[in-house]
Design a protein around this ligand. Structure first.
Ligand code: G6P
Length: 612
């Protein structure tokens, strides 16, 4: 949540910061602002709305300077408005600050500051921090850096924070606790950002700040220290592998569509070098050192949020089916606070595209406290969850920028299928079955290609249902979570109300909603539930619902019952959940575009939820 950028160098910071904010806009986009230091004072420009609104404001202005900070916001405390946008400035006008996270004890601190006669301009928690730094600086006659350190020691909560002070115009200070920050080290210039995407065209050399670290950038270079004891930390410079092509839209009208189409490749990339086709098993290097504990575990928990949680649910079905392992799937926000029966015999798997989701990170920390083996399935290399876990498997889907997750989900499913196949082979899944499944997984890229070719059929469904207020998605077995994910995609980007259910459950409530205006999506592959799903379709048909069926093989029964019948090409019935996901993504996409929605930046959402 919220994107942070900073620049210290010799170029004009204005355009550089705006460009950086556009790259980070997926993290929040309700308001944006920059502060530019020039001639010993700074100018703050901020505005409710998207970064492009801020850009129009500064485009023709005379603001210039070679040091600056910028922020794109996802509101937590205080409505999105010009005033509540960051940067925030203190009562003396000497300090300005951008913040990602939540200051949990802000009301207590605010009262203390108000008692001193300090007035507040905004409803944000962040303003408290800048006022506190200023109060300490002025009352205790500290340096800029000391004031920041003392203030942060009084704060309870999370932050990625960057601060400037007009008394020290050649210094930027940043600190991290719970919200990521990366420093780009250029040639005589430094960049700061919430992730590496704004830095790509300037430098490949980066340093990831760890929790509890404070960074000072100035004319003499940079210094990183531990906030708790002020000890200097020598950090290793890493190289970013990200390319510009990966983070730009190319010829696609939206990132989401680009990412849907990329799945033909990303699923293949995720499985590259891992499938052992002749043996019908897989090699998972990232968990190699912990295999014994994984194979002998007593409990498996999968914890995640949003789309990643849906991937976890599919994981439960296939791990239980292929490997006979009982798996619990928990929302990370529940896992972290609930009393759980977990110990050193438990494996806790965290699934997270970003690797930064606050609840998932906290769930993993709790699992570690209870001596569980922690295992990450993350997309972003070097992210907090990937570093916090004992072992893991990266999804290799490449940067996902569209707020609605697409390629990360199918990459997560690919990893879970490989894990289920690996553990299955250890637990009695036959070599013959393993060979068949591994070949089908190997073949997934080609099958995705076939599915992308039927995008026009899906567009037709969208055109006919564009005015629907509600949508139902139904599936059974591992296709039930796929139904949940289809419904989530639709609500996220088109604002059509949608629900996913296990198909048989409609009789216990949702069937009451069905009339001739209600589109009902059925996932109906020819597996052990096919006949049952057929009966569920009959039930909806009898109530005049509009039936949209996705199946692996067209039959006359389905033809007779469906208003739209779409074949999803599969090479193995068990891979249907992965492949059926893609037409559901396309359906949500086409509906959102037809309804004129902002597909890549749906209202109220953010891609990376770094606050709980
Ligand atoms: C947000 C995003 C979702 C994502 C969820 C979990 O809600 O909008 O697309 O599934 O967070 O994110 P993670 O990065 O942990 O997978």
């Amino acid at each position: 949540m919220c994107g942070i950028v900073g620049y210290f160098g010799n170029k004009n910071a204005v355009q550089l910061l705006i460009k950086g904010l556009k790259r980070l806009e997926y993290r929040g986009y309700d308001s944006a602002g920059i502060a530019i230091m020039g001639n010993g004072s700074f100018t703050v420009t901020k505005k409710a709305g998207k970064v492009r609104d801020l850009e129009s404001l500064v485009k023709d202005s005379s603001i210039s300077g070679t040091v600056g900070i910028g922020h794109t916001r996802w509101a937590t405390h205080g409505e999105p408005s010009d005033l509540n946008a960051h940067p925030h400035t203190d009562y003396t006008g000497k300090f300005t600050l951008i913040h990602n996270g939540i200051i949990e004890n802000y009301t207590v601190l605010k009262k203390l500051l108000e008692k001193k006669g300090i007035g507040f301009q905004t409803q944000t928690d962040t303003e408290v921090l800048v006022q506190l730094i200023s109060a300490i600086y002025h009352e205790e006659k500290t340096t800029f850096e000391q004031a920041v350190i003392i203030a942060l020691q009084k704060v309870i909560g999370t932050y990625g924070v960057v601060i400037m002070c007009s008394d020290e115009p050649n210094q930027i200070i940043a600190a991290r606790l719970g919200s990521p920050l990366v420093l780009g080290v250029g040639n005589g210039e430094y960049f700061l950002a919430s992730d590496a995407s704004p830095l790509v065209e300037y430098t490949r050399n980066v340093i990831y700040l760890e929790e509890g670290e404070i960074l000072t950038v100035g004319d003499d270079g940079y210094q990183i220290r531990k906030l708790e004891n002020n000890q200097k930390v020598d950090k290793k410079i890493s190289q970013i592998t990200l390319t510009l092509d990966e983070i730009e839209k190319g010829n696609f009208p939206h990132y989401m569509l680009k990412e849907i189409y990329e799945q033909e490749q990303t699923i293949v990339d995720t499985m590259r070098g891992r499938l052992i086709l002749d043996e019908g098993t897989v090699h998972l290097g990232g968990i190699q050192d912990h295999l014994l504990r994984i194979e002998r575990a007593r409990h498996y928990y999968i914890t995640a949020c949003g789309t990643s949680w849906h991937a976890g649910l599919v994981g439960k079905y296939i791990l239980e089916e292929f490997a006979g392992i009982p798996v619990h799937v928990e929302y990370a926000s529940e896992f972290r606070y609930r009393e759980l029966v977990i110990d050193s015999r438990s494996v806790v798997i965290a699934i997270s595209q970003s690797g930064e989701t606050a609840d998932t990170l906290a769930a993993i920390q709790k699992a570690k406290e209870r001596a569980c083996l922690t295992f990450g399935i993350c997309n972003v290399v070097g992210s907090s969850i990937s570093r916090e876990t004992d072992c893991g498997i990266y999804t290799h889907a490449g940067p996902e920028i569209g707020v609605a997750s697409t390629k990360a989900f199918t990459a997560q499913l690919s990893v879970l299928y490989m894990l289920a196949l690996y553990l299955g082979r250890k637990n009695g899944y036959s070599k013959k079955d393993g060979i068949e499944l591994s070949h089908a997984l190997h073949d997934l890229g080609d099958r995705v290609h076939d599915i992308l070719n039927i995008s026009d059929q899906i567009l037709k469904v969208a055109e006919e249902t564009v005015d629907a207020d509600n949508y139902l998605y139904l599936g059974r077995g591992a296709n039930f979570p796929v139904a949940l994910e289809g419904a989530l995609k639709l609500k996220e980007i088109s604002y059509i109300h949608a629900e996913g259910y296990p198909a048989a459950e409609i009789k216990h409530g949702p069937i009451a909603l069905i009339d001739d205006k209600m589109p009902v999506v059925f996932l109906a592959p020819h597996d052990q539930t096919y006949e049952k799903v057929l009966s569920n379709i009959q039930e909806v048909k009898a109530r005049k619902g509009k039936i949209i069926t996705f199946t692996d093989r067209i039959t006359s029964d389905l033809e007779a019952l469906s208003d739209h019948l779409i074949e999803v090409s599969v090479s193995h019935p068990r891979t249907f959940p992965i492949l059926a996901t893609i037409p559901l993504q396309l359906l949500a996409y086409h509906l959102a575009v037809l309804r004129g929605c902002d597909v890549d930046m749906p209202r109220n959402l953010a891609k990376s939820v770094t606050v709980e």
